[in-house]
Write a protein that binds this ligand. Sequence first.
Ligand SMILES: *[C@@H]1O[C@H](CO)[C@@H](O)[C@H](O)[C@H]1NC(C)=O
Ligand SMILES: *[C@@H]1O[C@H](CO)[C@@H](O)[C@H](O)[C@H]1NC(C)=O
Ligand SMILES: *[C@@H]1O[C@H](CO)[C@@H](O)[C@H](O)[C@H]1NC(C)=O
Length: 311
Amino acid sequence: MASLSYLFCVLVSLLNPINCYGHSNPEAEHKALFVFGDSLFDPGNNQYLNASEEGGGTSWPYGETFFKHPTGRLSDGRLVPDFIAQFAKLPILPAYLQPTAHRLTDGANFASAGGGVLVETHPGTISLPTQLSNFKGAVKSLRQKLGDVEAKKVLMRAVYLFSIGGNDYFNLYSQNPHATQSYRTQYVGIVIGNLTNVLKEIYSLGGRKIAFQNAGPLGCLPAMKARNPQLGSFKNGKAACCGSGAYRGMNCGGGRNRTEPYELCSNPSEYVWFDGGHTTERANRQLANLIWSGAPSVTGPYTVKQLFAHA
Ligand SMILES: *[C@@H]1O[C@H](CO)[C@@H](O)[C@H](O)[C@H]1NC(C)=O
Ligand SMILES: *[C@@H]1O[C@H](CO)[C@@H](O)[C@H](O)[C@H]1NC(C)=O
Ligand SMILES: *[C@@H]1O[C@H](CO)[C@@H](O)[C@H](O)[C@H]1NC(C)=O
């Protein structure tokens, strides 16, 4: 059931308001990407946590399509931020917690499967406030390496990509299905309040170009189909490629103890879902294309391509 506890769906109304400022700088071709988020963006940070909260992604067949081995990503291949990095001519960003040297001038990926905006949403994963602390650690290293002035330039030119909030709302609906409207409103206020604080801190450190993949626990597939005709091109939009039970919705990779039986499809690219809660590489590529250069009705007011192009 590990994957189900992280389940949340991708809505394709992808980018919310973005602001960009900055001064033109002809040398500024190379721009960093900083990634914050949950399982949709986690490139394997959770495998460095205690209490094995990683929730899968570290066992075969995760990673089979592109990396050819499990990386901690909850997909058969690349995730949206991996594609965005490639579109921006950056290397694929490794997990920030991976204990090897990082080229922070390319950015960093702090995302954690199961993570929420609120620290109490999924204890044992990396909540957004802790992702922010890790980002501050990265900023400190950048300053040591480049000096304050150059580090600030990197931070101002960088793009900050988020996918977060889905687990907070999933918790609300699963743990408190009969919550009153006023409780829900209050809860949303707390999530937005905490998210706003994090964005303000990133802004105060120099961040100006912020992009959101808008996600939520509701209305997954019909919404995708209705709003994204491209995703209608998949042969199988309902069942997962990997798993057992109804729609192969759980136990991909054998579940938590890796011994549960499961089925695996032969061609993940025919599927939207790789496991019960996470999209295939092919679906991720299509989502990344929309974020990168989708039409204004889907991605706006700026596309991520425009954010990278902006000085
Ligand atoms: C994991 O646990 C060890 C001791 O058991 C501790 O030193 C370390 O800081 C913990 N790491 C994380 C990421 O919580
Ligand atoms: C942030 O979340 C905590 C709960 O984790 C809540 O008590 C606090 O009021 C929230 N802050 C804002 C500004 O909404
Ligand atoms: C693995 O976990 C399942 C429950 O999820 C349990 O029924 C099974 O006995 C466990 N297998 C082993 C070898 O621990």
